[in-house]
Design a protein around this ligand. Structure first.
Ligand SMILES: O=C[C@H](O)[C@H](O)[C@H](O)COP(=O)(O)O
Length: 223
């Protein structure tokens, strides 16, 4: 059983006609977008807000109508993946480098549904190094300041060259060990000049759809 596919497709049940829908990025939400494309072909009326160029391209190929942040102030529902999620519904995102646009889209969403396989659901965040998007200008200085918070940042590479985000920035993958106060770390990181955004999503989702290899899908709601 493809646990990512199970979760991705299940989440589409939350989407209703006439909604503005945030379209996340990654291999799990990929399945949601494919399913959504089928429903649009069958007559579902929605508008999507893509969180990356990759998702924008996929949505265009599938004929999903898109709208940009320039013309909307609110999104009804966003479906997106995660690299890790804990029982407090806090997330690490950005494994694919899309964290900035994902967080902007999530921030104006009335509801965010997170899709993942069972391996992403963990007791404590932090095994997955936290992605932090930083400006290219002075990135080494920003890196030292992040390091002084107690982690080992690594510049993300792609074919031996720095990985460049859709926004023209770099990513530092920061191993903080187990993260016990995600809210505080989120604010502390974003106060550092040169940090554009970090991959901690706190108080942004209340629903997680988790696919299991045994074919079962768990839906968790924040109480
Ligand atoms: O930047 C990428 C995003 O935050 C993804 O949603 C996250 O990395 C999860 O991706 P996947 O579903 O491929 O594991």
């Amino acid at each position: 059983m493809d646990a990512k596919k199970l979760a991705g497709e299940k989440a589409i049940e939350f989407i209703e006609n006439d909604m503005i829908v945030g379209l996340g990025t990654g291999s799990t939400v990929h399945w949601s977008i494919l399913k959504l494309g089928e429903l649009v072909k069958q007559g579902l009326n929605i508008k999507g807000v893509p969180t990356s160029r990759q998702t924008e391209q996929l949505a265009n190929e599938l004929g999903i109508p898109l709208v940009g942040l320039s013309s909307i102030d609110q999104i009804d529902l966003t479906v997106d993946g995660a690299d890790e999620a804990n029982p407090d519904f806090e997330l690490i995102k950005g494994g694919g480098g899309a964290l900035l646009r994902e967080k902007m889209v999530a921030s104006i969403s009335k509801r965010m549904i997170v899709v993942m396989d069972e391996t992403k659901y963990v007791a404590n965040l932090g095994k997955f190094p936290l992605p932090v998007e930083v400006t290219q200008f002075g990135w080494e200085m920003t890196c030292r300041q992040i390091k002084s918070l107690g982690c080992e940042p690594k510049l993300r590479l792609n074919n031996n060259l720095p990985f460049i985000t859709d926004n023209g920035n770099y990513i530092l993958d920061c191993d903080f060990g187990e993260i016990y106060d995600a809210e505080n770390l989120n604010h502390t990181l974003n106060m550092i000049p040169g940090v554009v955004e970090n991959g901690l999503f706190v108080n942004m989702t209340d629903t997680m759809v988790i696919g299991n290899r045994n074919g079962h899908v768990d839906i968790l709601y924040k109480s």
